[in-house]
Design a protein around this ligand. Sequence first.
Ligand code: UDP
Length: 513
Amino acid sequence: MSLAKSVDVERRSVDQLEPIIGAERHARLLQEADQFRQLLGTRTIWNISSTAVGGGVAEMLHVLLGYAADLDIPARWKVITGDAGFFAITKRLHNQIHGETAGGPLTKADAAHYTNMLAANAAELLDELRPGDLVLLHDPQTAGLARALVRAGTRVAWRCHIGVDWENDATRKAWGFLRPHLAAADGYVFTRRDYVPAWMPGRKVAIIPPSIDPLSPKNEPLDGVTVRGILGRIGVLDGATPDDRTSFMRSDGSVGFVTRYAEVTGEDRPGPHDQLVVQVSRWDQLKDMAGVMQGFAKHVVPGGDGYLVLAGPAVAGVTDDPEGAAVFGDCLLQWRDLPAEARARILLVTLPLDDAGENAAMVNALQRQASVIVQKSLAEGFGLTVAEGMWKGRPVVGSAVGGIVDQIADGTGILLHDPHDQKAFGVAVRGLLDDPAEAGRMGRAAQAYIREHYVGDVHLLRYADLFGSLMAKGRNRESRPVAPPAEAALAAPPAEAAAAARQAEPAPAAPPG
Ligand code: UDP
């Protein structure tokens, strides 16, 4: 059985970004890609993660690697294999990094299992990786690969997509577990500076926030008829007919149709003109779907009309998220116990994952039909759903945690200072439902903010800088045992880091060996 599986990515045309990002940004992307390709020589960039579907990391890799393919950057993606025990350990690490103390400490046996599982994956990966190749490991599931891959002569950066800006016993335990594995890595990438653990050498750290793709099925424009057609089709909106339009553009440019149904728990269905409040998330305690439901029932329903839709992936679909079914089950129990009036206005929706494009079109339609989008997470690495909602010109009510704080700038949405405060949540949501003019103003400001800061070209350029630094570091390491300039490049802001990398490596590079 093959452990480390290749993921095929559909090419995405960067030219299609031009009308969105403008000619100047587009030209800069092409020019930087040219220079980067020369710098790369015959090296390959490898991304290694734990799943190809579901969740923000997989989502983003499909997009960025699709653009990389169009730019002729040799970048590949491998997904590791783990058993249920392995994913239970990594889920615990994930929760601990978010400061969750529940679940108890990881044992020596857990550590051995984690190490062995990744050693088996590393052995397979090393059949394909060559010395000098650049590797980007994603999240705690892959951290244990670093040592073996560095030893084999690749340059390894570990990207942590999660984090909190404080420490407790749980975070210290998680980092204590991961640190021996990570020590060998050449670089570390975090979404926010505040997430970097104190022991990590700052000079090796780069900060790269995520991005969204405005052209993907998740974010592409959909007209109102199609939005309602898709939502009727999947069983969320009332009044669907078999002739409804459900088409969307797939990432490869072909036309797709939403044909599958969602599993919808709800007594009633909103009509096309009812206001919707929507949260799209994995079924994870830290997304607080249950808290959204309770806050809506207690503090939004009594004040007027509107429905709440809580949507997440089919619970059997995300294999690296063993808690999904339990969290969904808990929401279901709480939903059954709601007062009848609230229950009639709340829908729990699980979306099939069999076809990533179709799943994305469903999320797109839900976010576009929303009057208000919410993301009441208790902790959040970045919170791509916030950028997705803002891009669609919707006002977002989000907890002031993690990357949500960076995204919801003044006037572009509402930040909830205490994510547990259901009343404040309800008041914010009710206020926006009752004031469509203000909601519209916020939504427009939100879209402009996302265009400027969180579209893929910005993200790709930051990665090019990171890899440039890693390559410079590699060469310096070969010629000098201590390599301060290259390490400084890793710590520098992206543009300076790129310049430093280019200075260290002016000619097209060939991989060592
Ligand atoms: N998502 C999806 N289908 C679902 C639920 C979520 O495509 O049924 C997507 C969502 O649109 C977003 C990503 O998964 O793009 C979640 O990323 P986020 O950063 O919000 O949270 P994470 O899951 O990474 O913690």
